[in-house]
Design a protein around this ligand. Structure first.
Ligand code: ADP
Ligand code: MG
Length: 238
């Protein structure tokens, strides 16, 4: 797996500064949660790590290699989005195999990788269904399956549970944590939900208006918030 180093990263969209001098160090195999109010720059930071946006200033390294100019497909990362982004006209198998197909993987490799991911996620019986024939939780598992088949060094999750109802959300949090314990892939998980952050993270990064307010393990932020923003955000109900 890999470390991720975000060093003094700044991002402008036009004349609007969205990230200001952001520095975050993520250890090999760590589960880090980026949390903060809507619009604070969480998705932008994740998209910079994925290579889906260009950095204005600063550096990002993955596994010790500076990736500022490396295209997304060569970064050894896989991203899971809020809206699943499944292809409606493809089966579960085809959805999960698609990125491998694009990469030119032979049929046998696609079948092996999809079977492995489906086993981990309990999707073995659903490979021939279409997304519309799945529940919300099953769709989210397929979205995770698409990430797992690629054997990435780093998983990026952008609010993957926010479309699910409250009960399912709690169950899926546990599933994602189990997945992490099993695969030990370095994970960066974005949410605006501080309960999700507190229950899932090895380390939390609290963001506000494009700035990192505090970084630390959940209990440390709770016991010793660096400022009133962190105290209010971590302490307030979801
Ligand atoms: P979050 O994920 O924390 O809700 P985002 O990273 O999506 O926040 O957005 C941070 C800020 O950047 C917001 O003010 C948003 O409107 C702005 N923004 C995001 N993407 C773009 C874009 N492609 N062009 C212009 N502004 C953007
Ligand atoms: Mg976002």
């Amino acid at each position: 797996m890999a470390t991720v180093e975000v060093s003094r990263v700044t991002k402008f969209f036009g004349s609007t500064q969205v990230l200001k001098d952001v520095t975050v160090s993520i250890d090999d195999g760590e589960f880090v949660v980026l949390v903060g109010p809507s619009g604070c720059g969480k998705s932008t930071l994740l998209r910079l790590i994925a290579g889906l946006e260009n950095i204005t200033a600063g550096t990002i390294s993955i596994g010790g290699r500076v990736v500022n100019t490396v295209p997304p497909k060569d970064r050894d990362i896989a991203m899971v989005f809020q809206n699943y982004a499944l292809y409606p006209h493809m089966t579960v198998f085809e959805n999960m195999a698609f990125s491998l197909k694009l990469a030119g993987a032979p049929k046998q490799v696609m079948e092996e990788e999809v079977a492995r991911a489906a086993k981990i996620l309990g999707l073995g019986q659903l490979l021939h269904r279409y997304p519309r024939q799945l529940s919300g939780g099953q769709r989210q598992r397929v979205a995770m399956g698409r990430a797992i088949v690629r054997n990435p060094q780093v998983f990026l999750f952008d609010e993957p549970l926010s479309n699910l109802d409250a009960k399912l959300r709690v169950a899926m949090r546990a599933e994602i944590k189990e997945l992490h314990q099993r695969l030990k892939v370095t994970t960066i998980y974005v949410t605006h939900d501080q309960i999700e952050a507190m229950t899932m993270a090895d380390k939390i990064v609290v963001m506000n208006h494009g700035v990192v307010e505090q970084i630390g393990p959940p209990l440390e932020l709770y016991d010793r918030p660096a400022n009133l923003f962190v105290a209010g955000f971590i302490g307030s109900p979801a």
